[in-house]
Design a protein around this ligand. Structure first.
Ligand code: ADE
Length: 418
């Protein structure tokens, strides 16, 4: 079997950590049991480009139980957990192509190694696999039944492809399921981003001014949790509706040019580039900390930061100091890559349980509907979304009410008023 990972001897530790995550993934476990009976993915070759974590290992195990042959590469050069990659190779027999800290060339070589398996389904996080396929490996497009996309950034890229008429096979936007973004993006990113910042720096957040760039679901989560730790939170936005929500959620909203003067810690989660750039670096306080939790490392203008610096040194594993010409020092965390996976372990398993239940059930749906779906970006079918919410509630031991027949009839009628 072909694979490219750091060190197979790390497997025993990876296996124990995968087992630990599994305890928090009851919905995925239930799907795995059914998949093992029904084998809905038999005959599928599934090319996955995902963060190689303990949670992803549990997803891969589930897809294998469903009968798929899974090939896995990393969706970010810094997010791979090398012990998990080792366990996947040695214990589950999965061809994994991922090494933490790989350079850009290796990153794309690994994507191409997964594509060499001629997948019939793709599972992407950020759309690098799909865009490579559409630009460099077009001879493989004819094999594809469908794909899924995990994250906001990937869905934005895929919608742009669909709009321009270049997308060649149907994709399901897993990110947009309620059981994904309301939990993973908000509570997962909220907790894991602060976990990454704290593990990298060991800073006390209480009393600090933390600037959150972007008030999408991820930004909301970070703002909410930072407030809970006692930080003074400032939000920056370009969307008036989101800015208004941030105001009414009780946050200060400022343009970045002004927030830059006040912040002790900056976190970008916008999905766009150069959100923090020279004009902001110029006015930041000495000691300001810069972190990104968006998918790509483009949100902080790194070339501008490098150009403006007279000295650079690494102080801790994920903390790099840039001394500017006037002597002020700015601290970049995790090379500007998504801090929750670079310096911590990504989202906790309990939310990935729902995100990856969506992935598994959407893979089953794509295999079942093969050839029937229009070539565009699709929503997750509502039955899948609701089923996952039901299973998660049941696993938490939470019961809810059901409508009485009289209530159902009332909701379906219009004549009865005051
Ligand atoms: N994205 C964010 N957190 C993750 C995790 N723990 N595993 C896989 N993908 C993730």
């Amino acid at each position: 079997m072909d694979y490219d990972i750091k060190d197979t001897s790390l497997a025993p530790q990876g296996l124990l950590r995968i087992e630990w995550a599994e305890r928090e993934m009851p919905v995925l476990r239930a799907i795995r049991e059914r998949f093992a009976q029904e084998r809905p993915l038999a005959g599928q070759r599934l090319g996955a480009c995902l963060h190689v974590t303990t949670e992803t290992a549990n997803l891969v195990h589930t897809l294998q139980a469903g009968g798929a042959e899974v090939y896995l590469c990393a969706s970010n050069p810094l997010s791979t957990q090398d012990d998990v990659a080792a366990a996947l190779v040695t214990e589950l027999g999965v061809p994994v192509f991922a090494i933490c800290g790989e350079d850009n060339e290796t990153y794309y070589r690994h994507i191409n190694a997964v594509l060499d398996a001629q997948p019939t389904l793709t599972m992407d996080d950020g759309a690098d696999l799909v865009t490579t396929l559409h630009q460099k490996r077009t001879e493989l497009l004819g094999n594809l039944l469908g794909g899924t996309e995990e994250t906001t950034t990937g869905v934005i890229r895929l919608r742009a492809m669909a709009q321009k008429g270049v997308l060649k096979y149907p994709i399901i936007a897993v990110n947009d399921a309620n059981t994904k973004y309301l939990f993973d993006n908000r509570y997962g990113t909220g907790q894991s981003t602060l976990d990454g910042i704290i593990r990298a720096t060991n800073l006390l957040l209480a009393g600090r001014t933390l600037v959150v760039a972007g008030y999408g679901w991820c930004g909301r989560g970070v703002a909410l949790r930072a407030r809970g730790l006692g930080a003074h939170v400032i939000v920056t936005e370009v969307n008036p509706l989101r800015a208004l929500e941030a105001v009414m959620d009780g946050f200060r909203v400022l343009p970045m040019r002004k927030a830059a003067e006040e912040g002790d810690i900056f976190v970008t989660l916008t999905g766009d580039k150069n959100v923090l750039r020279s004009e902001h670096f110029e006015v930041m306080k000495d000691g300001a900390i810069l972190a990104n939790s968006g998918h790509f490392n483009v949100e902080i203008d790194l070339p501008a930061l490098e150009e403006g610096a007279v000295n650079r040194r690494r102080l801790r594993p994920h903390v790099e100091e840039f001394t500017l010409r006037d002597g002020r020092r700015l601290y970049l965390l995790g090379e500007g890559r998504l801090i929750n996976l670079a310096a911590a372990e990504g989202h906790p398993a309990s939310v990935m349980d729902m995100s990856f239940a969506n992935q598994a059930l959407c893979a089953e749906y794509l295999a079942r509907e093969a050839g029937q779906l229009a070539v565009t970006v699709h929503s997750v079918p509502q039955e899948i979304d609701e089923e996952i919410a039901r299973l998660k509630l049941a696993s938490l031991g939470v019961e809810i009410d059901t409508l009485t027949p009289e209530q159902e009839q009332y909701l379906a009628s219009w004549q009865e008023g005051t």
